[in-house]
Design a protein around this ligand. Structure first.
Ligand SMILES: [Zn+2]
Length: 331
């Protein structure tokens, strides 16, 4: 596949060469997970196998729209065969139904990209059996090959310090063995690090995707958070996936996507690029359900103003207009 190999950034800053990303994928036939109806707890018939080309591993509901798009667009629009794993609920320390709204926003965006109706008026919530766990899942009606899996871990905050609303728990603390387990924001499951790796193993083996897409596991993680670092959830979730790929000797094309750092690189999806409008429109479908996000391009530009030194401000919110104009691989 053609892609630019133009190297654009001082590699030393994130420890890796970064190149322009443009590509779409092939398919491989795989079995489905067992599907259950969440509300009734009744097992329904397992789906037939389907072809599935890509797995997107993300930290927050919005991540695939910001950092792995337009690749996501090309996968969903052309092949409609994508599994997305969302590690955390992306709650940013909020409670109530905030994170459920974010999931709904992601589903609206995926439906819009794929050109299929979202499951309105009532959202179709299901659980899928992954190993010994039942994981919340969503797929459009009559299109099970396009699936989102929600692990609903607490949002770990930008530096991985966690939020008080979640008892300060974070993926980073679990990974660094500062805590022994982490409880989902819906309170339904408590996972150890090995439990999470077991889930990743199962997803990878059952999907057998040609392309595994992760955020930047090479980014620095530090207790001294600064605005140049990526979100700790991005880095740690990707590290976990890469470790499993190596331990299980999974054979696939692994694509690593630049996260917050890419705002410092040259815009490679300018307003005249055909994918720019698609990426922006998909994001704004999501944003309608995320009250902390800018809702149009003008608002997103305004968001860039303000206190850059706020170390604990979530960069997923602040730099949207930069992310919409970019997508970069890290190698
Ligand atoms: Zn994020």
């Amino acid at each position: 596949m053609a892609r630019s190999t133009r190297s654009l950034h001082p590699a030393a800053e994130c420890g890796a060469e970064v190149i322009v990303a443009t590509e779409t994928k092939h398919l491989a036939k795989i079995p489905n997970f067992e599907v259950k109806k969440e509300a009734e707890g009744k097992t329904v018939e397992s789906e037939e196998g389907w072809y599935c080309g890509s797995i997107y591993f993300t930290a927050h509901p919005v991540d695939s729209l910001l950092f792995q798009n337009p690749d996501l667009f090309h996968d969903l629009f052309v092949l409609k065969c994508v599994t997305t794993v969302v590690f955390t609920s992306g709650d940013r320390g909020n409670t109530d139904n905030f994170s459920f709204a974010l999931e709904h926003g992601l589903e609206e965006a995926y439906s819009w990209i794929a050109g299929v109706p979202a499951n309105e008026p009532k959202r179709k919530a299901t659980l899928v059996k992954i190993g010994k766990y039942e994981v919340p899942s969503w797929a459009p009606k009559d299109m099970p090959s396009m699936q989102i899996l929600y692990l609903r871990l607490p949002d770990g905050a930008p530096a991985g310090q966690g939020y008080d609303t979640n008892g300060g728990e974070s993926l980073k603390k679990l990974y660094n063995k500062e805590i022994k387990s982490i409880t989902t924001t819906d309170g339904n499951v408590t996972y150890t690090l090995e439990d999470l790796k077991d889930i990743i193993v199962t997803v990878l083996h059952e999907r057998q995707a040609n392309d595994i897409r992760v955020l930047n596991y090479k980014a620095s993680v530090s207790h001294e958070y600064n605005t140049d670092l990526d979100h700790a959830d991005h880095t740690i979730s990707a590290k976990l996936v890469i470790e499993v790929i190596e331990e299980e000797k999974i054979r696939a094309n692994v694509k690593v996507y630049a996260g917050h750092f890419m705002r410092k690189l040259e815009a490679n999806l300018g307003p005249l690029h055909p994918d720019y409008e698609r990426k922006a429109n998909a994001f704004f479908k999501y944003a309608e359900h995320d009250e902390q996000m800018c809702q149009n391009l003008e608002e997103c530009e305004d968001e860039l103003e303000g206190d850059e030194a706020d170390l604990f401000l979530d960069r997923d919110v602040k730099h949207i207009s930069h992310y919409l104009e970019r997508e970069y691989y890290v190698s």
